[in-house]
Design a protein around this ligand. Structure first.
Ligand code: ATP
Ligand code: MG
Length: 276
């Protein structure tokens, strides 16, 4: 079974995250054994992104959601790092600015959606409005429950207009998160990242789990699927995501546009022996 099928949350079904092993590694034992395959997909990503840009009819939106230390930054480095920066962009969804908060919750997502030919990664996304907002009761239950349908409508509209949408939930265990926090303490170059609120959020682990299960179950659609990616092993996470993105881009049947000029005439005019 390929990763595009294995980790995809089937539309209309209920996902149970406790049933997905965050330490899953597939057929490779370790990073070293996966390195060649990782390299292959990295090169394919670069070539396909250039083709997406040249083709100019479609775009790609990748939404990343995870608990802290889940690896959003690592995926961005790995996936975007493989691409030409001219055609890529990251939008980070933090606590809404006053301007963002003054609009409907989908406004900033629409504002940052990709233009044709472009790849955009949402580092967090409009799903925060049914995750952190729900867990911390920032709006009433009545308000967040109707957001799932609105998210689906929004994504359907983007997809209908040529935006390919892939959504990845980076699935780590609570023990792995604690180990990563501890590793930060031991690495002076990571000290600036440590906040007490990250630790405090651990008290809401179960509530986040439930909120993620609802978001993935209600909003995994044919046109904008969710993938729950085992992410305790960083190399496995990167490989699985690179593979799924490559497969999605390949399925788009991208083509270089036809030349805008008569090549035969240009060859005759500028490149024949008599003219040199
Ligand atoms: P990192 O910690 O790796 O830098 P991050 O995405 O956690 O990345 P932070 O600046 O630490 O970035 O956190 C952004 C915070 O903003 C998160 O806690 C997130 O839940 C919160 N946030 C995002 N969207 C909303 C929203 N709509 N309402 C309230 N809080 C939000
Ligand atoms: Mg953070």
């Amino acid at each position: 079974m390929n990763d595009s099928v294995r980790f995809r949350v089937t539309s209309g079904t209920r996902v149970k995250l406790s049933g997905i092993d965050p330490a899953f590694k597939g057929r490779h034992a370790d990073h070293a054994s996966a390195a060649d395959e990782l390299q292959h997909y990295t090169e394919r990503l670069r070539a396909l992104q250039e083709l997406l840009y040249a083709d100019g009819r479609h775009s790609l939106l990748i939404c990343l959601q995870a608990m802290d230390t889940g690896g959003k930054d690592g995926v961005i480095n790995h996936v975007l790092g493989a691409m030409n920066p001219q055609g890529c962009r990251v939008a980070h969804f933090r606590r809404p600015s006053p301007e963002e908060a003054a609009h409907d919750f989908l406004w900033r997502a629409h504002r940052d959606a990709p233009a044709r030919g472009e790849v955009v990664i949402f580092n967090r996304s409009h799903y925060e409005d049914v995750l952190v907002v729900r867990v911390h009761k920032l709006v009433s239950r009545a308000v967040w429950t109707e957001r799932y349908a609105r998210i689906n409508e929004f994504e359907r509209a983007l997809a209908a207009d040529g935006v390919a949408i892939l959504k990845f939930y980076l699935h780590i265990s609570s023990a792995e998160q604690l180990a990563r926090f501890k590793a930060r303490l031991q690495d002076p170059s990571k000290h600036w990242k440590i906040t007490t609120s990250d630790y405090a959020e651990r008290n809401f682990w179960r509530q986040y789990r439930r909120a993620y299960e609802d978001a993935l179950s209600r909003c995994s659609t044919e046109y904008a699927p969710w993938y729950a990616i085992p992410s305790n092993h960083k190399w496995f996470r990167n490989l699985a995501i690179a593979r799924i993105v490559v497969e999605r881009l390949e399925a788009m049947n991208l083509k270089y546009p036809a030349p805008a000029v008569d090549l035969a005439q240009i060859r005759r005019k500028y490149h024949t022996a008599a003219r040199r």
